[in-house]
Design a protein around this ligand. Structure first.
Ligand code: HEM
Length: 171
């Protein structure tokens, strides 16, 4: 079945991505997300996610996050999502505006996606501290809200949650 217009395509979703069809479209935080880490002050933020496809076995995504005390986004990520056909294995191929490029892989169980860094690289002049590993969970909850939680390990800190937020799908 062709995806709806908010998935930005009138072509049929590739069969390989059917298990992730619930992600398609635009999601906006319904209340401010909460961020923190050992070394920084706790902060609140809003975020918009967009997932789209063009019929290929890869979904495109774009995430834009804005701290509550700022007029402009500070954190942006974009890339592609692929699934290994006939399995529940998922890969995110990610570029972040901080100069990080990353492959996260994991598994889809029901409507929960658990991902972890497989490969990570950064530009030579990336700001410190340097992230070493990211783990991330997307969960479509029974109340229809999508929740994302990101934890990270840096060269100075053990794995710790950095951000948590929920979104509602925009019409
Ligand atoms: C995978 C996603 C993310 C990664 C890898 C990441 C990475 C980092 C790192 C390494 C730091 C520095 C921590 C330190 O100084 O010890 C940081 C700080 C910060 N992050 Fe994130 N972050 C991510 C997502 C986000 C999101 C979604 C927001 C929402 C606006 C955000 C907002 C901030 C803020 C406000 C700070 C503190 C000020 C600053 O250093 O710019 N981050 N992040």
């Amino acid at each position: 079945m062709p995806s709806s217009s908010n998935g930005a395509s009138s072509v049929e979703l590739n069969a390989a991505l059917q298990p992730l069809n619930w992600l398609l479209g635009t999601w906006e935080s319904n209340e401010p997300g909460q961020g923190g880490f050992h070394s920084i002050k706790p902060f609140s933020y809003t975020e918009k996610l967009h997932f789209s496809h063009m019929g290929q076995p890869s979904m495109h995504f774009m995430f834009t996050a804005t701290p509550e005390d700022s007029a402009k986004p500070s954190h942006r990520e974009c890339g592609f999502i692929r699934m290994q056909p006939e399995t529940n294995r998922v890969a995110f191929i990610i570029a972040q505006n901080s100069g990080l490029v990353e492959i996260e892989e994991g598994e889809l169980t029901g409507k929960q996606l658990i991902l972890k860094t497989r490969k990570l690289e950064r530009i030579s002049f990336a700001k410190e501290p340097h992230v070493q590993e990211i783990s991330r969970v997307f969960h479509l909850r029974s109340d229809g809200k999508l929740e994302q939680t990101v934890s990270m390990t840096t060269d100075k800190q053990a794995p710790t949650q950095h951000v948590n937020i929920t979104y509602i799908k925009t019409p």
